[in-house]
Every structure is written in C-alpha cells, then in structure tokens.
Design a protein around this ligand. Structure first.
Ligand SMILES: [Zn+2]
Length: 564
C-alpha cells in the first residue's frame, strides 16, 4: 500500500505539471520544447550508442548529440532539464501483460503483486474470512495473487483450508500464474464435481493420496468452476467505471516503474479509449484483441497496425497452446524430471485446431500470437506457422511467441527462419527461482533462453506476463543479467545476457515486436520522445543492485508521466 499511495500523492503533485512549454516554443519552428543536457544517454541506437543531450519538439526527438549541439535549439520557451550526469534510456517496452488494474483496486490480494513477499496460509484464510463476512451466501469469495512458493508453510493451500473460510460460499484462490486455482467443498458441490469426475481434456481435478479432491484444479478443468456460483451484478455504467479506474491505476503503476509502452492482452477497449480521452493514459498500448474481437476484425478487414501512436491494434492476444511455467503444467517433451507416473504437462489444443486458427489470422493480415511455454507447444505452433507460410506466403509477419520458455537449438533455428518474435518471462529469473528445482538445472539451461535467442539473431523481447510476473523492468533486467533469484539461487547461468543486451531487449526489440521500430525503442531524431531518467547508470552498477536503481522520471512523448 505504501507504494501506491506514493504514486498517487507524488504523482499528482509532480507528474503532470512539468514541461508544458510547447505552446510558447511553437512560435519558432527551430526551437525545441524541451532540451535535456548533461545526461549520460544510452540511446540503444547502433549509429551512436552514447550522447550527452537531446532535444524534443511536438512529442518527438528532433536532435541527439552533445550539449553544445543543442544551443541553437534553445529559445525563450524551451524547458532545459539538467540531468546532472544521470543515465537516460529509452522508455521500457513490455510485450506481454494482462492489464488488470481492477483486481488490484477491488479484490482480495492474498499475495504481493509487485515484489517478493512470503505470506502464510493462515493470513490467506483470514483475509478471505473477512471478505466472506461481507458477502451474501452463495456468492463467490475469491483471493488473487496466490503464489504457492511464496508461502511460509511450504505446502499448497487445500480444500480443507478453504473450507475453514466458509461452508456457505464458494471460495476460490487463484494462482497468480493464471493456470491453476484452489477451491473449497462448496464450490465443487455447486459445479457437481466429485472425486469420481473424470479428468477433462487439457486439465485436471487434483486428488490427494486417498483419492479425495484436494482443491487444486488445473488449466481447462477450471472452466467448469468459473460457470457456477453468483458474482455481483454490476450495471453497464458501473462496469465501465470500474474498468476505467482499474486502467488508470495500472497506468500510474507502469509510469512509476519506467514503462512507456505495454502490450495489453485484451481488456475493456471502451474503457481504454475513455481513459485516454480523460488524460489518464500514461503509456502507449499495443492492444492484442481476444477472440470475439479477432472475429470482428476479420469480418471487417481490420488488421494489425491500425490505430495511432497511443493505441494501436497489435498481434492477437495469446492463443493458448499449453500450460504454465510457474505452475508446472507447461508441456515438456522429455517429461518432468522425477515424476511418477511420467507427466508431460498440459497441451490445451489439437494440431488441427491450431493449424486452422493460425491460418485464419495469418490470411487476414493479423499478427499471430500463441502462448507456447514448453517445447512440445513451440513445435506445434511452428508447424502451424510453417504450414501457413507454405500455403499463403506473406512478408514480414513476425509471428509472436508469448513466453517461448523452453526451446532447444532445433526449435530456435526454426523460429529464426520464420522471423519469430518471442517475448519470454523477464522477472521470473529473479522472482521465481523457488520453482526452478521442479525443472532442474539441465532443463533450466534451455529455459528463458535469452542468450540462445540473441546468439541466433532473434529479436527477442520482454514479456513479464503480469499478473503472473511482477512488471518492474529493472527487476527483470537484473534477473536476465544475473540469472540469480531473490533467494540467492542461480539457475541456467549459460543464458545470462549483458546489461546492454537486456536494455535492447526491453526497448528496441520491444518496438520490433509490434512493427514499430521506426517509431520508438531508441533515442534517435524522428522517434517518439519516450525515455526514462535513472538514478544510477545500469551499465555501471553492481548487477545485483540493478532492481534498486531509482526511476527519477518517466517521459512519454515529451510529457512527464512520473517524477520521483
Ligand atoms: Zn499471459
């Protein structure tokens, strides 16, 4: 709570007042609105990697170079910002994230969305009991941001734990990974699920050693429970109000961490437009439509790229092919180490259905995007793409691979051949080391394989996957550079990349992911003036301190969206 209060108070006071001088400067066409001087600029522009100053006009960089070279651009109305040798980098771009601010604002959070924090099962039960006391019987009582390895008890939460919350309410605890959830007896009763219910395709109702339901439900099996029970019935007006409040809240959080562009997995589109209209959108959005919207895009000829510099239709949202990395349901060709009977993870579609889905969006000119964590799923998606390319050749499709978590050299070569743009987990290396023992070091050497992707010449981008992963870019970069987690464990050190490489992954490669590299991703004349001022130089600090570098200022299109 401390963090969000700071954003609201600090943000309101400092954020939106700065650098309003555009109108004054506009009278002289040679003069900049803003000049940043005495900066240690990492441009991520290969033609000039470093600079000490730059100028902004009408929301774009118009010059990048030395302090002296800016002199002629400074006029009466120009704001001059002395960066005092601080580092400046292009605005961070996250290419995979679920823009759910409503949960942060309104729901019971049983774990910490932003940072590593260990809780107890008792604290979860306590919070849910409080909510149950205020909830009519029969209505859902739900907890969000549960993380099974951030619980001091060292075991999974169970049906028995949740029965202690209430016998009159269906109770659910959702794993922040989004692929598993945990239910009480009332919830199973409402859904008509017993210990004898057969396992559905692509999911499981887990059981304990005596064969009873233990409460855990994975992947597709969750759908049976989502359908039952009551939830508050909000009017259309109230739904829109909540969606807008959630988005505006989330946008402030992004700015606080230096994000200037974010790829949204779906979300309320009207709310997004209205938040922008009201001046409360502080980041650019590549909007990735979900299925009903994809259908209407196809029916009406709308394609990836439609929109403007603030809101643009991007790839499709992630079409799910397999399970979860953090929740250990992703597909693994070789099987999970040490599991008896052998377990290969969940595949949630057939090859035939996937072929048909890929063909449809490919032919419609929409950038395909599939959630493929494990190697079996990546192989299936590649087969569908290779087929579509053979039957309907098209230039510059850039198929998006959300997560692309476990990939060997053979898969990576096929991804390169099709100019795939993967967006693997960024913050997991730091945030989730407590889960890597389930995979073991041999697999971890091919998991989140940033080094292998870069070495193969693939323009790999960043995809934190919030809610599953925290979205702080510097926390992500620390993990990608060190492969060392919060608990001190290092996994798959062969996949380390340099800070400069991680910076490029989080900026220019992110722009490439949405076909916008001509517009953003580096500090270069002509591009949108999106940048971040940092309290320390990421290329100079001890890598174990990267996540603690202060975000001093976040700027989008020349407008300050956050100031410390
Ligand atoms: Zn996702």
């Amino acid at each position: 709570m401390r963090a969000s209060r700071r954003a609201v108070l600090g943000g309101a006071a400092a954020t939106f007042a700065a650098w309003p001088s555009r109108l004054l400067a506009a009278s002289d066409p040679k003069v900049a609105d803003l000049v940043v001087r005495n900066a240690n600029v990492h441009t991520v522009d290969p033609s000039a990697a470093r600079a000490e100053a730059f100028a902004v006009r009408d929301g774009r960089f118009i010059a990048v170079g030395t302090n002296d070279s800016m002199d002629g651009l400074i006029g009466k109305g120009t704001e001059v910002y002395d960066a005092k040798r601080m580092a400046v980098v292009p605005g961070f771009i996250d290419c995979h994230l679920h823009p759910d601010g409503e949960t942060l604002l309104y729901e019971v959070l049983v774990g910490n969305p932003f940072e590593v924090e260990l809780v107890t099962i008792e604290s979860i039960v306590g919070k849910l009991r409080e909510r149950a006391a205020k909830t009519p019987p029969g209505q859902w009582v739900e907890g969000f941001f549960y993380d099974d390895t951030k619980v001091k008890d060292g075991r999974l939460i169970t049906r028995a734990d949740l029965d202690r919350v209430s016998a009159d309410h269906p109770v659910a605890v959702y794993h922040r990974g989004g692929h598993t959830s945990f239910y009480n007896s009332k919830a199973f009763e409402l859904a008509g699920i017993t210990k004898n219910t057969p396992q559905p395709f692509g999911g499981t109702f887990d059981r304990d050693s005596s064969g009873e339901l233990n409460g855990r439900v994975t992947d597709n099996a969750q759908e049976l429970l989502w359908k039952v029970g009551k939830r508050p019935d909000y009017s259309e007006t109230e739904k829109l109000r909540r969606a807008k409040a959630g988005l505006a809240h989330l946008s402030r959080q992004f700015a606080r961490y230096g994000l200037t562009s974010v790829h949204h997995e779906g979300g309320n589109f009207s709310a997004l437009l209205e938040v922008r209209r009201d001046g409360e959108l502080h980041h650019r959005v590549s909007y990735e439509p979900e299925q009903p919207m994809i259908d209407s895009m196809i029916a009406n000829g709308w394609r990836t790229g439609f929109g403007d510099e603030w809101i643009r239709l991007g790839a499709t949202s992630e079409h799910t092919v397999d399970g979860s990395f953090s929740e250990r349901t992703m597909s693994i060709r070789a099987g999970y180490p040490g599991r008896k009977p052998p377990y290969y993870g969940n595949i949630t579609t057939t090859q035939e259905d996937l072929d048909a889905w890929v063909e449809r969006v490919w032919r419609a000119g929409i950038q395909p995007n599939c959630h493929t964590n494990g190697d079996t799923a990546i192989d299936m998606y590649l087969k569908s793409l290779e087929r579509a390319r053979r039957l309907f050749p098209k230039p510059d499709v850039r198929p998006k691979f959300t997560h692309a978590t476990l990939a060997d050299a053979g898969l990576i070569a096929r991804m390169k051949a099709i100019d795939a743009v993967p967006a693997p987990f960024t913050s997991y290396a730091f945030y989730n080391p407590d889960k890597f023992k389930f995979y073991g070091e041999a697999l971890m050497q091919h998991i989140m394989p940033y080094r292998s992707y870069l070495d193969a010449g693939i323009k790999v981008a960043a995809g934190c996957d919030f809610s599953p992963g925290p979205f702080a870019p510097l926390l992500g970069i620390q993990g990608m550079v060190t492969r060392t987690g919060w608990n001190g464990e290092t996994w798959g050190a062969n996949q380390r990349i340099s800070v400069a490489e991680a910076l490029r992954v989080y900026t220019w490669n992110g722009a490439y992911n949405s076909h916008e590299e001509h517009l953003k991703g580096s500090i270069a004349a002509g591009k949108l003036a999106d940048f971040v001022v940092l309290g320390d130089d990421p290329l100079a600090v001890d890598p174990s301190r990267l996540k603690d570098i202060e975000i001093v200022r976040t700027v989008v299109g020349g407008r300050t969206t956050y100031a410390a």
